[in-house]
Design a protein. Structure first.
Length: 371
């Protein structure tokens, strides 16, 4: 992948095209879902060892990528995906003459420790924060969709039961629901603007984050490959002390392991797609005739005396005391109107009749085929 054809225009042959930069971004974006899918598949077989990692996958993935990206930035002056495409990062130094011959000293272009840590923040920290914000917005926006399903529903009797702290929390949640789409549009719009400016050679940075850090991305030259081999040969020099030998042995193992990821990356993506097809096909979902077991019905959970009383008719919602609309069942076995029970679970996190703990994800819509 290092020797891609030069599709950029102009005299600067080391300026990567926008297509190369977008390709390395897409490659970096594919690693996380592929790793998550493979880990979730094996967690079904070994839940004792992998279930905790799956539940905290975002944090574990961020820590792993922090170590990997730091290794590549420190040794190759590029991220993992950039190194895969034969790219590197250099400091953005302004020259008096904007020509390829007017290049500053190579030592001034190399990344410093502060540049590496800033790059790690934008490579690992910003994607992690945005993932958490996307999940939070998806969770709080469920309330708006619930209102669309039942416009005649009134929440006055529930609002009166909320204390001051819960009202403040709801206000902050609604404010976030209004502001985050604009912040998200600003995030993607700024990237798109810099992509167009880079495409027409109006800037040396294709994202605003690189401009803030004072870093630009360039193609690796023959001198860069020569220096990489030279540094590798220097690392192979014999050591004198036991501590140096042990440190050298461990660093070589880590280096070979991370370099092997380049060859393993394409195979892992293909393997994850194959697993996705296999587990979604009828071959994996078809049960054996001899393995079919009739599952007994669960035990009925009795209502709690402190909960909402049951109505006389089963067609009436216990919360709003009106006829059921968009019938939704809880794990406790009781049914409610979807807008009513969604708002109640969002505020209290429990079944209003049995008072057992219930989450939003456990709501199940009930469809009547006769209607």
């Amino acid at each position: 992948m290092e020797f891609m054809s030069d599709i950029s225009s102009g005299a600067d042959i080391y300026r990567p095209s926008l297509f190369e930069l977008i390709a390395q971004e897409k490659l970096q974006a594919l690693i996380q879902p592929a790793a998550k899918y493979i880990l979730s598949v094996y967690a079904q077989r070994y839940p004792r060892y992998l279930l905790r990692i799956v539940n905290r996958f975002d944090e574990c993935y961020a820590v792993a990528m922090l170590l990997i990206e730091r290794y590549y930035l420190k040794n190759y002056y590029a991220s993992f995906a950039e190194s895969f495409y034969g790219l590197k990062r250099i400091r953005l130094i302004q020259t008096k003459i904007d020509l390829p011959e007017a290049t500053p000293d190579i030592t001034l272009q190399k990344l410093r420790n502060s540049d590496i840590w800033r790059s790690l923040f934008f490579l690992v920290g910003i994607p992690y924060i945005k993932t958490k914000l996307d999940d939070l917005y998806e969770k709080v926006s469920e309330n708006a969709r619930a209102r669309l399903l039942g416009s005649a529903f009134s929440r006055v009797h529930i609002e009166k039961q909320l204390n001051y702290k819960e009202r403040v929390r709801r206000f902050i949640r609604n404010l976030f629901k209004i502001l985050y789409p604009w912040l998200n549009a600003l995030y993607h719009g700024s990237k798109l603007l810099y992509n167009f400016l880079y495409l027409y050679n109006k800037t040396r940075c294709y994202t605003p984050w690189l401009k803030l850090m004072g870093i630009e991305i360039r193609r690796m030259s023959a001198q860069d490959y020569f220096e990489r081999r030279l540094n590798s040969s220097r690392n192979n020099l014999p050591t004198k002390t036991l501590f140096q030998a042990t440190y050298y042995f461990l660093s070589m193992i880590l280096s070979d392991l991370l370099n092997f990821l380049k060859s393993l990356l394409q195979m892992s993506i293909f393997f994850s797609r194959f697993l996705e097809w296999w587990y979604s096909s009828e071959f994996a979902r078809r049960p054996g005739i001899d393995n079919r077991v009739d599952v007994p019905p669960p035990e009925i959970i009795a209502p709690d005396p402190r909960g909402i009383p049951l109505p006389e008719s089963p067609n009436v919602c216990p919360i709003c005391t009106n006829l059921l609309t968009n019938t939704t069942a809880l794990p406790s076995g009781y049914v409610f109107c979807y807008p009513c029970i969604f708002s109640y679970i969002e505020d209290y996190g429990r079944c209003p009749i049995t008072l057992i703990k219930v989450d939003i994800d456990e709501l199940r819509k009930v469809y009547n085929p006769s209607t």
